[in-house]
Design a protein around this ligand. Structure first.
Ligand code: 1HN
Length: 371
């Protein structure tokens, strides 16, 4: 696109060149030269659709368990999903952190707190709990555990096997807001007051823990007082929904049982059960990271096919069209920044009425980059 200038006389060219040089020297930028890259007709996230295979991550996590101890300073054995569109940042998408965390037998990760909020979705292993502000939350596969911003948390593996879970954080968002605080706990581990799972015992009503579809109530600046959501409850809720509809996929959002809002002010968590059949494509503002809890299927993201199976993780960047194709029975977990977009009045959703035209199949690093 050419920029029309009011003054085109070649006499002024040297003056204009001097103007641009002096603007640059003065740390000023003329908007008229950058308007179109700033004001794009639709969002252009730098993060690209991407998938990390369990078959690639799992052996690397096992090597890390053998070679790298969990210590103060490093704090966690976490393999972060580093989206290739983000120039080496350890972020899954512009606003979201996603990772695979692992603990070996009888290992603990030290207590600390930080302003970014986090969730854990357990993929594999037993014998682990996360202590969250003194409440030891036992972790079993499929469970969701919340560690809200500025809550003390540490992880303990009292079992004999390795443990693997997905970490989702709002860290990139909190970094963008220049609001990151971190503090190590004075002790390696927090004291556990009383029995395990106190928040769970205080919130026995399963119905209040889930909402079919997506939460659209006002953002609650307080996190959910319930810190752990059990897979048996999630699965039962999905099964009930499945029985009530013939849709290819049913979804529930985990909710704050007191307010009905998303579990954290910055993060929404959802579970999805995909049968045989396909969903129609949808685009949403905001980023999402998906974790395949069990099963296999295909998601089409902006025309590209992503074939996934148990343990894989993939990213759907803002405003990418996404549709899911099932093979029979698969369960997915996802996080998104939707509560923030809704609170700021910039959430948009567009449902497309026909499947996308397929332009390629994701094969990993070799063909993943956006053209
Ligand atoms: C963190 O504290 C944990 O507590 C996991 O398990 C992942 C990623 C970035 C920053 C802090 C944890 C993290 C993290």
């Amino acid at each position: 696109m050419t920029i029309e200038r009011n003054v085109t006389s070649t006499d002024t060219e040297p003056e204009l060149d001097a103007l641009y040089a002096d603007l640059a020297a003065g740390e000023l930028q003329p908007l008229w030269t950058i308007t179109q890259e700033l004001l794009t007709p639709t969002p252009r996230p730098k993060a690209i659709p991407w998938l990390w295979r369990a078959s690639m991550m799992r052996p690397l996590a096992e090597r890390a368990i053998r070679l790298v101890p969990v210590e103060r300073g490093g704090e966690r054995r976490v393999l972060s999903l580093a989206n290739p569109g983000l120039n080496g940042l350890p972020h899954a998408a512009g606003t979201l952190w996603g990772a695979l965390q692992c603990l070996g037998p009888r290992e603990s990760a030290p207590a600390h707190r930080h302003s970014p909020g986090a969730i854990r979705f357990v993929m594999e292993g037993e014998g682990v709990w996360t202590t969250v502000n003194g409440d030891a939350c036992d972790m079993h596969p499929g469970d969701l555990v919340l560690t809200p911003g500025w809550y003390w948390h540490d992880h303990t593996n009292a079992g004999d096997g390795n443990m693997f879970w997905f970490d989702g954080l709002d860290l990139p968002m909190i970094q963008a807001l220049d609001a990151v605080f971190f503090e190590p706990h004075p002790e390696f581990q927090q004291a556990v007051d009383g029995p395990h799972n106190k928040s769970e015992a205080a919130h026995p009503d399963d119905a209040a823990k889930f909402l079919p579809g997506q939460v659209d109530t006002a953002l609650d600046p307080s996190p959910s007082p319930l810190l752990v959501y059990r897979w048996s409850d999630t699965s039962a809720r999905l099964a009930r929904l499945r029985a009530e509809t013939d849709e290819a996929m049913v979804s529930v959002e985990f909710t704050n049982p007191d307010s009905g809002a998303s579990v954290l002010p910055t993060l929404a968590c959802a579970a999805h059960r995909l049968g045989a059949g396909a969903t129609l494509p949808v685009r949403r503002t905001g980023n999402a990271v998906y974790v395949v809890f069990q099963g296999e299927g295909t998601s089409v993201i902006d025309g590209q096919r992503f074939e996934w199976r148990t343990g894989d993780m993939f990213v759907v960047p803002s405003w990418s069209a996404v549709e899911h194709h099932g093979t029979g029975d698969a369960d997915l977990f996802s996080i998104s920044d939707t509560p923030v977009l809704r609170a700021l009045g910039i959430h948009r959703e567009q449902h497309l009425d026909a499947p996308q035209r397929i332009t390629g199949t994701f094969a990993g690093a070799a063909e993943g980059a956006r053209p």
